[in-house]
Design a protein around this ligand. Structure first.
Ligand SMILES: [Zn+2]
Length: 80
C-alpha cells in the first residue's frame, strides 16, 4: 500500500509544502483526536497515522479509519 504523494496545486495557489513520509494503520491504545473531523478516536478503533513534513515542520496527523476522509461527509470532503 503506498500513499499517492503530495497533492497537486496550481502554481498560483499558495499552499503549504506537504510531504507525506509515512502512513501507518494502528489500533488506538489511548484516545486521540481525529485531524479531519476533530472527533475523538476511541481506544480499540483502527486509525491512520500519518507522519508528514508541512512547510519543513514534522507533523503527526491521526485520522479515523483506514481510508483518509472516511469519517467526513461528502460535503466536508469537498472543501477539504
Ligand atoms: Zn475523523
Amino acid at each position: 500500500m503506498s500513499y499517492p504523494g503530495p497533492p497537486y496545486y496550481p502554481p498560483e495557489y499558495d499552499a503549504p509544502t506537504v510531504y507525506f513520509e509515512k502512513l501507518e494503520r494502528r489500533r488506538a491504545r489511548y484516545p486521540h483526536r481525529c485531524y479531519a473531523c476533530s472527533q475523538p478516536i476511541q481506544p480499540g478503533q483502527t486509525y491512520s497515522r500519518i507522519f508528514a513534513i508541512v512547510d519543513g515542520e514534522p507533523q503527526v496527523q491521526k485520522w479515523h479509519g483506514v481510508t483518509i476522509g472516511e469519517c467526513m461527509t461528502a460535503e466536508e470532503r469537498e472543501d477539504w
